[in-house]
Write a protein that binds this ligand. Sequence first.
Ligand code: ADP
Length: 262
Amino acid sequence: LEAQLFRTQRLESIGTLASGIAHDLNNILTPILAGAQLLPLKFPDADERTQHLLEILEINAKRGADLVKQVLSFARGVEGKRITLQVKHLIVEVAKILKETFPKSIEVYTDIPGNLWMVSGDSTQLHQVLMNLCVNARDAMPNGGKLTISAENLLIDENYARMNLEAKQGSYIMVSVADTGVGISEENLDRIFEPFFTTKAIGQGTGLGLSTVLGIVKSHGGFISVHSEPERGTTFKVYLPAVAGSEMPICDNFIPPPGHGE
Ligand code: ADP
């Protein structure tokens, strides 16, 4: 427990430091971006090479501004608006985006029961959780593969909660994002949720995806598990507490789960 606390404190100070730097960087990038956008308008007859250089300047200033935005939103922590929502709708929406934007070599499947319990959450943040996990899955399958998003209702009992420190007894929905990609080595598995940990090339990854995912899931009272086999694939499972009372019988023989709302 002590080690875990120490780790949390360390991550917090990384966050504080990062947000300070991000803030300053934002002030530096704003005039650079403004200049890069204004100059081509002021000099429409500039030679091709100059125009090309200005384009590169603008693209990179924008990339920097995006990165700064990510760092700031990560460090600011997450509160968000809470509404009672059906995660099935989010998954359907995300799957549609993936089918339109991911390479054709990646097959996208969904498997969601009709009676998935509701959760109380921020739909934008939960959308981001799913997108981040799916983008990582895509990056893990450079030669194509299979991405499956599935969901199920889950009752966590006393025994399970005892084994998993982060889980509390109660009803949850579990959303899993599984890929058939390169997998994660055991030594990296320990570090993937650390802010700025990335194995991707410079400019390809910020290392903030999973730490943002974890922050959002925790702020929703949930937790995450990861299972990975190098060369075979990775499955992330996100557990979110179900809204008490949303376990309404959809089918006639449904028995509502006990032990909630105590
Ligand atoms: P980034 O994607 O910018 O690198 P993340 O925090 O999202 O940052 O991920 C951290 C690292 O975790 C990745 O660089 C990668 O090594 C590993 N990782 C995350 N998801 C997967 C996955 N589905 N398959 C293989 N490796 C993964």
